[in-house]
Every structure is written in C-alpha cells, then in structure tokens.
Design a protein around this ligand. Structure first.
Ligand code: FE2
Length: 321
C-alpha cells in the first residue's frame, strides 16, 4: 500500500463569495456550486472544496473556521483501500462511506482515503540552461500571465503532539520522514520515492492544533512568479514571497487565504528516494527562507511593494552624472 498524494481538501469558511473569487484568481476551475459549497479543481482533478461552516455533515475543525476540515489522500486500487479498511476499523471515528475510508488523526483532523481520481497531465515546463548543460536551445523561457496549479502538493499543520501525529502517518499511511526539526517539526513524504514533503507537522513551543498552509504545485519558477504577480494585481495580500526554501529547495510565494491560513505556489522541490538520509535542523528564519520578499511584488509595477515603477527609459540609459 502506498499513498499517492492529496486528492481533495475541504475548507470550512463563512465568506464563500470572497473564497470563490480568491480561488478563481488563484487559477482553479470552479466545477460545482451550491448555496453552502464551492468545488474547485486543479489541473489534474485534485479538488479544493470550500464549504460553509454551517453545512451539515462537515467534519469537526481542529480550530475555529476558517480552516481546513478534511484531507483526502489517494491510493492506486480498491485492493489497497480494502487493506486499509481492515487497519482503520480500530481507529478513532472510523469512517466508511462514499467509497472512502477514514478516521480522525491524533491532531483531531478528519482524514479520508479513496482510490485516486486524479488525471495524468501533459504540460510543457520550462527547461533551464546551466554551465555545461544546455537544455533550452533557440527557445526563450516562458512567462505566465497567471498560474494554473497542477495539484495540492502538501499541507502543513500545527500539531499538539508531534511525535504521536508523525508516528500515526508513518505507521498507518506509510509516510517517511524526509527532514526534522527535532521535537519541533517533521517533513513527511507519502512514500520513499517522491517529492520532499506532502505533509509538514509543526509543534509550537505552546502547542496548538491549526492550519499553517496549503501548497499548490505549479510547473516551474516562471509560473510561481506569473501566478504571484496576477494575485497581486487582483488585490490579494502576499504574506511572504517570492522566495526560496533551503529545506526542499522549492521556490515559493505565500498569500493570505480567505478560506484559512495561507496558500502557497511552489515548484522545483527536491525529489528523494529510499537512499535519502533525513537531516536535522534548528528552526529559524534563515532555515525557512534562504531569501524572500516580505509583502511581495506589485503586479503592476513589477517591482517590490512601494518601489517606484519603471519610468519608460532603459536603466542603461542613465547618464553617469
Ligand atoms: Fe509549503
């Protein structure tokens, strides 16, 4: 049994009109809409649901809304789902309905598993040239007017018991720890081979349960920039970015999310195998971001916030005096 990744997430929120506009600007497709629920899809069919806090049947939140109420992970086959059913039966709030099985994780979050419904995608990504290795010949790199996320790549939670929550995902879902902040944070990937993390669990000095962010995978760094600039032009607020994580190597851009906490565009994370040895780090701002722009870049001026827009002359036109 191997978890393939995130299939669907459900937010609980109250301002659905604002969330609707936010996720349309973010680049998701609205595929269903009702009074108390919006259903969006990423490019590969990974779903983002925004449900009204009052919607009947919504799993209990780990904190006050707006926040994430449920995460659905995917497996390859019905056989794997049946195997998990046997193991899950003894777990808290065992769930078996709608072709999903599930339970509540040690942090209080509703967790579900289904046979993957995601589609394979065929997208063109930017090739890069480095010294001695030229992958892009007679071809400019792309620029994006806006982003179209491929899927939800990872979710990040504040947890009340890091050891117990990490052990749960390792034991029952086969997750592997990629890197650690000892006693403070675990980066976990779904399987020995895969991207650096699909789940990051963070225990604060005064532990509490909550959502930190949801991260959307985009094609390449140009799409992180294009998507972030578009969100800025639409009037949404950057928390931090663009920037680069030293752990995972990903290029990121974080925005405040009306459906809860932050959302992130990211790309180019490390790909790991069973040979990878988990590292240990001490938390700190330079471990979070190798570099980052606080407050983001203005989508109109294409300069950092509060910097002057270009004046119409080339920078190289400036006289020396
Ligand atoms: Fe992230």
């Amino acid at each position: 049994m191997q978890i393939l990744g995130i299939e669907e997430i459900t937010f609980g929120a109250t301002d659905l009109a604002k969330c609707r506009q936010f996720f349309l600007d973010w680049g998701l497709a609205l595929v269903a809409e009702a009074d108390q629920e919006l259903v969006f899809e990423c490019m590969n069919g990974c779903r983002v649901v925004v449900a009204h806090s009052d919607k009947p049947g919504l799993p209990k939140g780990i904190e006050a809304d707006p926040t994430l109420r449920e995460v659905v992970w995917g497996v390859t086959s019905q056989g794997e789902l049946d195997q998990l059913r046997t193991q899950f039966q003894a777990l808290p709030d065992f769930y078996d309905a709608d072709q999903r099985i599930g339970c509540t994780d040690p942090n209080g979050l509703a967790l579900r598993i289904q046979v993957s419904q995601k589609r394979s995608v065929d997208v063109v990504c930017a090739r890069t040239n480095t010294w001695g290795e030229h992958n892009r010949i007679n071809e400019p790199s792309p620029a994006y007017e806006r982003a179209q996320p491929i899927e939800v790549g990872h979710v990040v939670f504040f947890v009340t018991d890091l050891a117990a929550t990490s052990a749960f995902y390792e034991k029952y879902l086969g997750f592997v720890v990629s890197d650690r902040y000892p006693d403070r944070g675990h980066f976990l990937r779904c399987a020995p081979q895969g991207g650096h993390h699909n789940l990051f669990l963070l225990q604060l000095p005064q532990p509490r349960a909550g959502l930190n962010h949801v991260a959307f995978t985009v094609r390449d760094l140009h799409e992180v920039f294009g998507g972030g600039l578009h969100m800025s032009r639409c009037g949404w607020d950057t928390e931090l970015g663009p920037g680069k994580h030293p752990i995972s190597s990903a290029i990121f851009w974080y925005f405040n999310n009306p459906a809860g906490a932050l959302v992130e565009y990211y790309t180019d994370e490390d790909e790991l195998t069973a040979d990878w040895q988990a590292r240990e780090f001490t938390p700190g701002p330079t471990m979070f971001a190798e570099w980052a722009i606080k407050g983001g870049i203005d989508g109109h001026t294409r300069r950092q916030k509060d910097a002057e827009a270009p004046t119409g002359r080339f920078m190289t036109d400036k006289s020396k005096n």
